[in-house]
Design a protein. Structure first.
Length: 161
């Protein structure tokens, strides 16, 4: 099952993230893929809001991981600067992935072989149409058992209040 959408502003990406955040379950892994400025952090902000987290959400560029408190603990990774497997191991990533919090990982492509097979993948892409800088295509794909027992239509049709 794949959900595809286009957002035309940063606010629209925020709103979709909020919807996602309400729909996610504690323990979920959300892997974000996409170039610099594609909107990974912006989407993460929305997800956090949807999880009732009102902390300041910024890319954990130097720390590699930020923790927030929402409906459940949120672990926000940015693995852009990870350049060896040892870096990842020293982060203790397995404990986060196996835990009851929600893990959101920016630049997931860099640690793809270490990601659990059950996860939500989200691909963000710039769409440079008609000279506009604010169009993004977003593709959401459930992997492994992620879709089991979930109502995807809710996400597709924006039925979450
Ligand atoms: N439709 C859109 N969705 C998301 N962000 C948008 C959109 N249109 C414009 N923007 C702007 O694009 C930028 C996206 O930045 P953001 O930090 O979320 O990207 P990122 O993918 O996390 O980048 P990085 O790889 O550097 O961490 C923000 O300045 C945001 O305001
Ligand atoms: Mg970012």
């Amino acid at each position: 099952m794949t959900v595809e959408l286009t957002t035309y502003s940063a606010d629209e990406t925020l709103a979709f993230g909020r919807q996602l955040g309400k729909w996610l379950e504690c323990g979920d892994i959300v892997a974000l893929y996409g170039d610099l400025g594609s909107g990974k952090t912006q989407l993460t902000r929305g997800i956090c809001e949807g999880l009732n987290c009102h902390d300041d959400v910024t890319s954990p560029t130097f720390t590699l991981i930020n923790e927030y408190e929402g409906r459940c603990p949120i672990y926000h990774f940015d693995v852009y600067r990870i350049d060896s497997d040892e870096d990842l191991f020293s982060l203790g990533y397995e404990e986060y992935f196996d835990g009851n919090g929600i893990c959101i990982i920016e630049w997931a492509e860099r640690i793809i072989t270490f990601l659990p097979s059950t996860r939500l993948d989200i691909f963000l892409e710039h769409q440079f149409e008609a000279g506009r800088e604010t169009i993004r295509s977003i593709r959401v794909i459930g992997r492994g058992n992620f879709m089991n027992g979930r109502n995807w239509r809710v996400l597709q049709h924006g039925e979450i209040a």
